[in-house]
Design a binder for this molecule. Sequence first.
Ligand SMILES: NC(=O)c1ccc[n+]([C@@H]2O[C@H](COP(=O)([O-])OP(=O)(O)OC[C@H]3O[C@@H](n4cnc5c(N)ncnc54)[C@H](OP(=O)(O)O)[C@@H]3O)[C@@H](O)[C@H]2O)c1
Length: 332
Amino acid sequence: MKKYNVAVVGATGLVGRTFLKVLAEYDFPINNLVLYASKRSAGKKVEFKGKEYTIVELTHDAFDDIDIALFSAGGSVSKEYCPIAEAKGAIVIDNSSAWRMDDNCALIVPEINIEDAYQKSNIIANPNCSTIQSVLPLKPLQDKFGLKRVVYTTYQSVSGSGQKGVNDLIRCKNGESPEFYPHDISKTCIPEIDEFLNNGYTKEEMKMVNETRKILHMDNLLVSATCIRVPVEACHGVMIQVELEKEFTLDEVKDALNNYPGIILYDDGKNHIYPNSIVAANQDNVYVGRIRRDLSCDNGILLYSVADNIRKGAASNAVQIAMALDIDKCKK
Ligand SMILES: NC(=O)c1ccc[n+]([C@@H]2O[C@H](COP(=O)([O-])OP(=O)(O)OC[C@H]3O[C@@H](n4cnc5c(N)ncnc54)[C@H](OP(=O)(O)O)[C@@H]3O)[C@@H](O)[C@H]2O)c1
């Protein structure tokens, strides 16, 4: 089997550390592994598959002889360094929002649209964590019944803000003042994720709107979102209200979801079976449940999805893209 030279950028972060875990679990065929972070972490030692690696400071001299570069070091690092990695011949899979809406870059959930990767530049974007776990259940419904309108409400864990978010929850639980969130996250949900825009939505909410349209190839889909940070350490929940084009039975909807890769139907409310962080943590599947008719419109359905935001929402989705790609087909 062919082996690849792999770089991980942001290797010391929440997503970066999970990249290493997932690469090992999936037994990704690695020849040489290079781990980058900022000057702060340069020299630190990290273990991968029983071997010790030293963190290297990311500079413009990076990415020599790299086949695949996995980025998770924030938008400004990705803006600056993804083109450098690409110019040196690497296929880049980026977890930040820097390239997602760039027309030249594919935005991929591998179960849905891996083919998009071959029509674009070699910078491939990984969608927002909440988008991934929302479009996965929407796709089989789109295929079978057509989508008319979607409304999202998210319940996003603090790990979605990286290590700073997790630290703030711990700090606040210990009675200290918040240093990262605008309010004490141990005492309240916070309906503010990323910056507020002039239309009253936050950037996170508009990411969900725009990325959903791009991944599902539906530029005119009616979609809106409200994103809420909750005092939970791991996994995001998304309530999805969807109006379908065609009539359906609940059994048909459940069948469509059940037969789609990456989805686990977890829906038996009377027995307390519904998606939750405890069952979804450390998993790569998206759990979907609470499936019922929307009483407020025709052909409406309500679903609740929960997934591990660091795994399927970030690291695992990116590694799954790398596994699903025909790498030689990408290289131009
Ligand atoms: N958390 C999630 O649920 C999630 C989901 C999807 C996407 N993402 C995206 O993934 C990225 C990282 O998120 P995270 O949650 O892992 O954050 P994090 O825990 O704060 O980690 C940030 C990483 O970026 C590195 N870094 C920061 N500035 C750098 C620089 N100038 N040069 C090189 N490396 C630098 C840090 O290295 P040092 O150790 O040197 O500081 C660290 O390894 C973000 O773009 C985020 O939007 C996160």
